[in-house]
Design a protein around this ligand. Structure first.
Ligand code: ADP
Ligand code: MG
Length: 342
């Protein structure tokens, strides 16, 4: 499948009390059509920054994208007329309005803060349908209403009309997250970004929401970026996984490859900390320490202060290298498995 989104050498900074927080550095990432890509990493390592950057939603008062490109290739793939800029970072407001919600949908962690509390769910779904589909394929009030109801049915809400008439505070967390997903898919985006979509929910609801996302991704032929701090979640549904640490991608491979042959010491420890992968009689791995201060980063490998395999060679600049087909690792200790692969 062709790429629908291509992120090239992305750098993002925030500014905190006159200091620079280096939130993302040299992030390169491709998203293929109809794939489910997992983005995994500890809290604070830059996952939400990546999601916000893709829609150019970093608030200028807080930070900015300092370098890089985010190329949206959806228009070419669908052979739609579009003469504007394909790089989201340099798009103007009109193109961005089309992209946000219309071409690339987003689901945030906490549905309670994502909806406006003073409007009903129905009013909020209508609003996004009017913005993105009126003048395209929906032109009457009844068509808009029908589409809103359809979206709620797609997310398995049994009484869509009742949910349409409800205010956000009248719904449970699980129901509200479904409504949030319904709103995101109502405009038929080609890419859906879900930032920790199950973190605020009970464990029993987590699986339902993941199954739902997978079902929708297939029904609507979308590409899905699933962002989470929980590797066990991505194992269930992702085809490819990138592991991010202190603002850098440190490992990238197909899902099975990452789980069966993790190569970066951080990924290996992350997997070792999963209870269900623990061999019987063995203790769960705890990764000592915390991620480094993004205002004052260590030189060389950002994981080396926590890595028990570290040596002096880890103090040099470490680039990503391909260790197996489609498997990339940012670690100087790791050797290519298949020399002369190509
Ligand atoms: P994650 O989603 O992986 O938990 P984030 O992308 O939210 O991580 O944050 C990455 C880093 O950027 C963290 O160190 C966080 O403190 C910092 N950060 C995020 N948002 C802001 C902001 N608005 N102002 C300053 N620093 C921020
Ligand atoms: Mg986050």
């Amino acid at each position: 499948m062709a790429d629908i989104l291509e992120i090239k050498h992305l750098f993002v900074e925030y500014y905190k009390r006159k200091k620079v927080v280096s939130a993302l550095r040299d992030v390169c990432l491709n998203l293929k059509q109809q794939e489910i890509l997992g983005v995994v990493g500890e809290s604070g390592c830059g996952k939400s920054t990546l999601a916000l950057s893709i829609l150019k939603l970093i608030l200028p008062t807080e930070g900015k994208i300092t370098k890089g490109e985010i190329i949206f290739k959806g228009y070419e793939l669908w052979e739609e007329d579009y003469l504007g800029d394909k790089n989201i970072i340099s798009m103007g407001d009109d193109s961005l309005r089309k992209i946000r919600g219309g071409e690339i949908g987003m689901i945030f962690q906490d549905p309670f803060t994502s909806f406006n509390p003073v409007f009903t769910i129905g009013e909020q779904i209508y609003e996004s349908l009017v913005l993105h589909r009126v003048g395209k394929d929906l032109n009457t009030y009844s068509a808009i209403h029908k589409e809103a109801i359809n979206s709620l049915k797609r997310v398995m809400i049994a009484s869509p009309q009742q949910v349409m008439n409800s205010y956000p505070h009248q719904l449970s967390g699980g129901m509200l997250q479904r409504a949030m997903i319904a709103m995101a898919i109502s405009c038929r985006p080609k890419v859906l970004i879900a930032d920790e979509p199950t973190t605020a929910l009970d464990v029993t609801l987590q699986k339902e929401i993941l199954d739902l996302l997978k079902k929708l991704q297939q029904e609507l032929s979308m590409s899905l970026i699933l962002i989470t701090h929980n590797l066990a979640i991505v194992a269930e549904i992702c085809t490819r996984i990138v592991v991010i640490y202190a603002g850098e991608i440190i490992e990238e491979a197909g899902s099975e490859e990452i789980f069966c042959r993790p190569r970066h010491p951080y990924t290996i420890r992350l997997l070792g900390s999963l209870p269900y992968l623990k061999p019987e009689g063995k203790r769960l791995v705890v990764i000592p320490g915390t991620i480094p201060d993004l205002i004052d980063l260590p030189v060389g490998c950002k994981f080396y202060p926590r890595c028990d395999e570290a040596s002096d060679t880890c103090l040099q600049k470490i680039n990503m290298k391909e260790v197996n087909k489609g498997h990339f690792v940012r670690c100087c200790r790791v050797k290519e498995e298949i020399d002369g692969l190509y």
